[in-house]
Design a protein around this ligand. Structure first.
Ligand code: ZN
Ligand code: ZN
Length: 289
């Protein structure tokens, strides 16, 4: 059984078909390794790849790819990694890209004391908390713990250590906001780019480490996005234009639309409950009904 490694990897990793996202975990067997598992992403043809087998080829090659990377800019290294043909379009392999790129760039920049062992540790921590499709399932994109792990490795964060743990958690909360801003619909490539921007800004603020900047990348994968690329709204789309308009009107309208989309979408709470909750919140905030 071969796992697809061509540009069809954005969908089912076995047959290239359109994947189905389940709202509850289901007992499944991995088509590649045969392991019994519980998961949320299946192919209508019955294919399922466990987290270890999804993107396995790319992740096996990642340490060597990072050894070869010469740039001192994490964004440059991440862009190089994202051109690899066996990196799936979506999936938490991107969390490993983000962490690996940041740690390797710090090594290449000659930041004292940072070694390949620190990079390996950050990647091992990433593997514990970055799970594909959990951006939507739990609200945490894998890039958040990946870059949080890098920072924690740098400052020696551990359970029981106050300031170091607090600093890593503060970065994670900022990364959560940065990735949420790219989530409609989500795109792992955008999460890597915005996450690295946030993390490098934090490194400069907190530790005085200035990473080598990089010219803004232009995404070449918009046609591959199985849920539809945001198109020109995405900062990295080839036709994206920065709007110079400093008006809060469009932003407020966007928030309003987003609220109604959520209110009318499906979930455990029915629409009526959501609207009553929202009405209660507005009244409590002093709005006139
Ligand atoms: Zn399939
Ligand atoms: Zn497997």
């Amino acid at each position: 059984m071969s796992i697809r490694s061509d540009s069809g990897a954005e969908s089912c990793g076995v047959c290239g078909g359109t994947l189905e996202y389940l709202i509850a975990a289901t007992a499944l067997r991995c088509t590649a390794c045969g392991r019994e598992d519980r998961g949320h992403v299946v192919c209508p043809q019955g294919h399922y790849l466990c987290e270890s087998c999804h993107g396995a080829g790319f992740l096996e090659r990642l340490p060597a790819l990072l050894d070869e990377a010469r740039s001192a800019s994490p964004l440059v290294i991440a862009e190089e990694l994202m051109t690899q043909p066996d990196l799936p379009m979506l999936g938490c392999e991107h969390a490993h890209v983000a962490a690996g790129a940041l740690m390797r760039a710090l090594e290449n920049a000659g930041v004292p004391g940072i070694t390949a062992a620190h990079r390996a540790e950050a990647l091992e921590r990433t593997a514990r908390q970055a799970v594909s499709a959990y951006c939507g399932l739990s609200g945490v994109c894998g890039v958040v713990p990946a870059l949080g792990a890098c920072y924690s490795v740098l400052v020696g964060g551990q359970c029981g250590k106050g300031p170091e743990t607090r600093a890593a958690m503060t970065l994670a909360s900022r990364l959560a906001a940065a990735t949420a801003a790219e989530a409609d619909p989500g795109c792992c490539k955008a999460y890597v780019r915005s996450g690295l921007q946030e993390a490098t800004a934090f490194l400069e603020e907190q530790l005085g480490i200035t990473m080598e900047p990089c010219a803004p990348a232009t995404c070449v994968d918009s046609d591959r996005h199985p849920h539809g690329c945001r198109g020109t709204e995405c900062t990295w789309h080839p036709d994206h234009e920065e709007s110079g308009v400093n008006s809060t009107g469009p932003a407020a309208k966007a928030r309003y639309d987003e609220f109604f989309e959520l209110a009318y979408s499906e979930g455990v709470l029915d629409r009526k409950t959501k609207i009553l909750v929202a009405l209660g919140a507005s009244l409590a905030a002093g709005c006139v009904p």
